[in-house]
Design a protein. Structure first.
Length: 319
């Protein structure tokens, strides 16, 4: 059956058809404009400019709705935008503009979250750690420990397994007297490639503290610090530490501990084994402690001493 339209209906039909044609024409125009924006982004001179244009193109393609080609571009841009956001941040890092880098990384993190770019989000996390660490090292170079500390705290929040950042954090904590917190940071640092540096730092700290205490005649503190230094196991410095511990124990009147330290010193250092003052001290302490074997051993080393008094004491004891 043929349906005939009235004149008024015909007019409405052609008006609707014309409107639909205009709509398709406008959509095609909008799509072309979005493509042009996309192409401009691809040819932009800087990554920052490209990123801005890619985001503009994304908005343009989204506005086209369910048009198939537009949807394809939307998906493509969901990968492009996070990648360019990270690239912009990297440029600031390379330029050592760490403040700008942090701002760019925050924007990149937001883009990664918006577009579901998990791989890039993981990269951003690592870059945050790297950037805060670099900013901290810059602050340390300027002797700004407070800023360095704040940045290192943030760095290890992002990348706890960064051995260098943990080591630098521990060093600042140690210099502030926060020994337990420093040790916690050092433990992580040592487990992540910084064991040698940690040992050296801890040894220096305790050894220097021991010397300061000894010079201040705080012999008990000196002994504790020297013992802590020994726990770090500083092979080349053991003899020196045992010698200094021996002096401190002597000042405290602890003959047994003094002998133990000085005997270890003599065993490690030929100069100590040949030092007749030390040999005599050990021998005399041994007599006081009724340690006959030690007394005989060390007086025996003094029998032929060029010091007549030392030789005489030795011979008298051994006769």
């Amino acid at each position: 059956m043929i349906i005939f339209l009235k004149t008024t209906d015909m007019k409405k039909f052609f008006v609707a058809l014309a409107a639909l044609g205009v709509s398709f024409s406008l959509m095609a125009q909008d799509f072309n404009e979005a493509v042009e924006t996309f192409n401009q982004a691809a040819q932009a001179e800087t990554k920052a400019e490209a990123l801005s244009l890619f985001k503009q193109a994304y908005s343009q393609f989204v506005a086209l709705g369910d048009e198939a080609d537009a949807l394809g571009k939307v998906e493509e841009l969901k990968g492009i935008i996070p990648a360019y956001s990270v690239a912009v941040a990297k440029e600031s890092i390379s330029a050592k503009d760490y403040d700008a880098a942090i701002v760019a990384l925050e924007a990149a993190a937001a883009d990664c979250a918006e577009f579901g770019a998990e791989d890039k989000a993981a990269e951003v996390k690592d870059l945050f750690g790297l950037t805060y660490k670099a900013a901290a090292k810059k602050a340390l170079g300027a002797k700004d420990a407070a800023t360095a500390f704040a940045n290192l705290k943030k760095s290890v929040e992002y990348v706890p397994e960064d051995g260098e950042a943990q080591f630098l954090l521990g060093r600042i904590l140690l210099s502030s007297g926060k020994v337990d917190e420093a040790k916690a940071a050092f433990e992580v640092a040592a487990a992540n490639g910084k064991e040698a540096d940690v040992k050296k730092q801890l040894f220096t700290y305790y050894y220097n503290n021991g010397q300061k205490a000894q010079q201040a005649k705080k012999y008990a503190e000196a002994v504790e610090d020297y013992a802590a230094a020994l726990e770090v196991n500083p092979e080349p410095d053991k003899a020196t530490i045992f010698f200094k511990m021996g002096l401190s124990y002597g000042a405290l009147g602890n003959k047994a501990q003094q002998n133990e330290a000085l005997k270890k010193y003599c065993a490690l250092d030929p100069a100590g084994a040949a030092n007749e003052d030390i040999l005599l001290t050990i021998a005399q302490n041994a007599v006081a402690l009724k340690d006959t074997d030690t007394a005989k051993e060390f007086y025996g080393k003094l029998v032929n001493s060029k010091n007549e008094n030392y030789a005489k004491q030795a011979k008298e004891y051994l006769k």
